[in-house]
Design a protein around this ligand. Structure first.
Ligand SMILES: [Fe+2]
Length: 251
């Protein structure tokens, strides 16, 4: 890409920790103190190993848009299983929403979404995964800002980048197994609509949060993932960075 080489000194580039996960996804980490990638995602690791993500290919276009929302409010929405059957009600005839399974551990969360198999079988002919993985998909979360949604033959990735207290960029990519351009476009259009439904709701929520009459109650079971993530945010904010957090060798 740079035939004469790139003079890194001129661009202020610094070394960072990089992990190429499942031979496909590149994760970067600025901190020298954070645990390894594998430890960070430990509760999800075995399931992700099984999907064979290295065989998936990236869809032909990305989604990239800035919304008038706060990053933390969006992280809460990503980890809330309660809103799904109301805000994304167009999917209700294809999902068994009331059988959603809410899980959270360490720095990850997971909402298992079983499908109505007679109208929406996500297995794509695969038989090499556990029954639960073949009969539905997951809305996972990797703290602090990544929402992966793995299906047996598809992986949706939505990354939320904070820009300002009321501005967040959502960058989304989808990877899949043997998908035609038409199938790719249908999935990308559906994700764009899902993102719009979620961000419209969070935009409304932002207005409510400014009201003196708005009071947050205790979380229900359906909001357990969101409560878990907010606990992680509070712990992080209360923990000072190490003096050499960003110094020293990268490995
Ligand atoms: Fe949503």
């Amino acid at each position: 890409m740079y035939p004469d080489g790139l003079d890194k000194e001129r661009y202020g580039l610094v070394p960072i920790r990089v992990e190429v996960a499942w031979d496909k996804l590149v994760f970067g980490c600025l901190s020298r103190k954070a645990p390894s990638f594998r430890e960070w995602i430990a509760p999800l690791a075995d399931r992700y190993d099984r999907y064979g993500i290295g065989r998936f290919t990236r869809y032909h276009r990305d989604l990239d848009r800035v919304y008038p929302i706060n990053w933390k409010a969006f992280a809460e929405n990503s980890n809330d299983d309660y809103h799904v059957r109301f805000v994304h009600r167009r999917l209700n005839d294809r999902r068994r929403s009331l059988d959603t399974i809410v899980r959270f551990a360490g720095r990850t969360c997971s909402g298992y979404k079983p499908h109505k198999l007679e109208v929406d079988d996500p297995s794509g002919g695969r038989r090499d995964l556990p029954e639960e993985d073949l009969k539905g998909h997951y809305a996972d979360f990797i703290y602090p800002n990544l929402t992966p949604l793995p299906y047996p033959t598809q992986l949706i990735m939505v990354r939320a980048d904070p820009i300002a207290p009321d501005r967040t960029r959502l960058f989304s990519r989808i990877y899949g197994l043997d998908k035609t351009i038409e199938e790719q476009d249908a999935e990308l259009d559906s994700l764009e609509q899902t993102n719009r439904e979620d961000t419209d709701m969070v935009t409304e929520l932002m207005r409510n949060l400014r009201s003196p009459f708005y009071r947050v109650g205790p979380p229900t079971t359906w909001e357990g993932r969101a409560a878990h993530i907010m606990k992680l945010v509070r712990e992080d904010v209360a923990t000072p960075l190490a003096p050499d957090e960003f110094d020293g060798p990268v490995n």
